[in-house]
Design a protein around this ligand. Structure first.
Ligand code: HEM
Length: 92
């Protein structure tokens, strides 16, 4: 997709479609359900989607919004393996 057609709206769609795929995945899905629960309509998931949308808006368009630090949440996910990350990337 050319850079100038990336918008908050299509990032929102991308994030929701990506997580629908993530949650069906036997290797990566459990990290998310353990941390955020299985109900993607819960307030916790709503907050996660908002954070991720702001993160990708900052990465792709450079628009401010995400002010967090992605490292700390990942440090407490339990054991992650190179294959876990490779799978995440494949799904992405
Ligand atoms: C094996 C790969 C990955 C797993 C299993 C994973 C899992 C998670 C989980 C469970 C959370 C929610 C933590 C919580 O709020 O309790 C999270 C947050 C997040 N992840 Fe990942 N993640 C992975 C890779 C990535 C990658 C490659 C990126 C960036 C390109 C990324 C970006 C983020 C961001 C921005 C957040 C939100 C951080 C915040 O709250 O400020 N993740 N991740």
């Amino acid at each position: 997709m050319p850079y100038d057609t990336v918008t908050r709206e299509n990032i929102d769609i991308m994030v929701h479609e990506f997580y629908a795929r993530i949650l069906k995945d036997e290797m990566v899905g459990p990290y998310f359900t353990k941390s955020l629960g299985a109900d993607i309509n819960s307030p916790k998931w709503f907050e996660h989607f908002s954070t991720l949308i702001s993160f990708w808006v900052l990465m792709m368009i450079g628009a401010p919004g995400y002010g967090g630090n992605p490292f700390p949440p990942h440090a407490f996910l339990g054991q992650l393996y190179p294959e876990t990350f490779e799978r995440w990337l494949e799904l992405f």
